[in-house]
Design a protein around this ligand. Structure first.
Ligand SMILES: NC(=O)c1ccc[n+]([C@@H]2O[C@H](COP(=O)([O-])OP(=O)(O)OC[C@H]3O[C@@H](n4cnc5c(N)ncnc54)[C@H](O)[C@@H]3O)[C@@H](O)[C@H]2O)c1
Length: 402
């Protein structure tokens, strides 16, 4: 049997654009919710696609209310203005609760605040608990990583979320990509057992000009912050990781192979002990005996990252190349040495993750108990395991250095 238990995502879920008003709050008025030139993420765009005329954004919560007002004014000047005609901006979730009643009460909240405000039990990291306190029945879509704080606290938050039974999804969007689902489909169809996962993620660092990203004390470092997507995808194919099996080595900023020639930040502003590694090479065992490995690097120039994940099973090689920009799947099957190539054009996994979450909300609202072929592929409790895994890699590489 294949180790993963998730059901397949239906990427072409029908947008449920007719029906009652759908009330939504965005928490965080930054890049993930309202878009950026740096990448395709932009939850508001996907939400508008999904709910169309039914969408009624009742609030934007951000302590930087000027930023929230700015994003709101841009929406009101655009073709989706109708969805934002009733929107109010609030500095906190508690402030939103005081004003949103009756017709304006939210059905769902998208949480795109930075991770240091999430996944914890105490202020200021307790955003989810604050949401559960003020809007106990609301559906949540929460960004990755689940936190930057202690994983035990995130685990407790996960338990409290699970207890509500509300539809809650975490933003590991690659799970929803058509290429990834084609791999899952093949593993299920052929009843394969995954033997090995091998992930490589090498970023183009020239345009990485946010100094926080280069500071482990702020971003937790590139494994926890960035490679988290590939650690999560590895887990999607390999299952749970034996955390005490994780081994890792790194090339650090002060080693000869770690010298970078195209940094557009002044790294001298980051204290030496907080600077990020340039390469991390990790390996581990999954609890079912499968092995896994990851190489993460900060090495390329220009803009495009190099990303590749290979899954091996008896007789099979499934090689996913460039899932972010140009997802291509190379499959080698028994009785042939040649790899068959499949490309996936016009696939928007950011839409699919929102769409699947939306379908689950609608299903629960209509009390439909029959199983559906598409659902949330990344639960909060599962995402906590990915967070723990990424920390295990970081800590193992730091240990090996000592
Ligand atoms: N899946 C992806 O590909 C992807 C892409 C980008 C960002 N993200 C994730 O989204 C999250 C946010 O990233 P971003 O790039 O949008 O950051 P950002 O800095 O652009 O925006 C964050 C916003 O949250 C606001 N904020 C701070 N504290 C808050 C609080 N307590 N309540 C509400 N709002 C608060 C900030 O004022 C800011 O406007 C991060 O976890 C990041 O990893 C994921």
């Amino acid at each position: 049997m294949a180790p993963q238990k998730h059901r397949r995502s239906s990427i072409e879920a029908n947008p449920l654009q007719s029906g009652p008003q759908f009330n939504l709050i965005y928490v965080g008025a930054g890049a993930i919710n309202f878009g950026t030139d740096e990448g395709p993420w932009n939850h508001s765009k996907r939400v508008e696609q999904k709910w169309g005329k039914r969408l009624n954004v009742v609030g934007i919560v951000d302590p930087n209310t000027a930023k929230a007002d700015l994003e709101l004014s841009k929406k009101r000047e655009s073709f989706v203005a109708d969805a934002y005609k009733n929107t109010k901006t609030f500095p906190t979730v508690a402030a939103a609760r005081k004003e949103l009643e009756g017709e304006s009460f939210p059905h769902a909240i998208i949480v795109g605040a930075p991770p240091k405000f999430r996944g914890g039990l105490r202020t200021p990291a307790d955003l989810e608990l604050s949401i559960l306190e003020h809007f106990p029945k609301v559906a949540m879509f929460i960004e990755k990583p689940v936190t930057t704080g202690p994983s035990e606290e995130a685990g407790e938050v996960g338990k409290r979320i699970a207890k509500t039974g509300n539809p809650v999804a975490v933003g590991y969007m690659l799970r929803y990509s058509k290429a990834v689902q084609a791999m899952i489909g093949l593993i299920e169809e052929k009843n394969l057992t995954v033997m090995c996962t091998s992930a490589r993620y090498v970023m183009a660092y020239e345009k990485a000009v946010n100094i926080d990203w280069w500071d482990k004390s702020i971003s937790c470092g590139p494994i926890v912050e960035q490679a988290t997507h590939f650690c999560d995808l590895s887990r999607y194919f390999g299952g749970d990781v034996k955390l005490d099996s994780v081994q890792a080595h790194s090339v650090e900023w002060d080693e000869e192979p770690g010298q970078l020639s195209k940094q557009n930040i002044d790294e001298s502003k980051v204290p030496a002990e907080q600077r990020i590694p340039r390469f991390t090479s990790a390996s581990w065992k999954y609890t079912n005996g499968t092995v896994g490995s990851l190489i993460h690097g900060v090495a390329l120039h220009d803009t495009d990252y190099y990303t590749e994940l290979t899954v091996f099973a008896d007789g099979y090689l499934l090689r996913l190349v460039d899932p972010y920009n140009n997802p291509t799947l190379y499959v080698r099957s028994p009785n042939s040495n040649a790899e068959k190539v499949q490309t996936f054009t016009n696939d928007d996994c950011f839409y699919s993750e929102i769409s699947n979450w939306g379908d689950e909300i609608e299903r629960q609202a209509e009390h439909k108990d029959e199983p559906i072929d598409h659902t949330i592929l990344s639960s909060y409790e599962d995402a906590v395991k990915t967070y723990e895994f990424t920390w295990a890699i970081r800590l193992a590489s730091e240990r090996s250095r000592q």
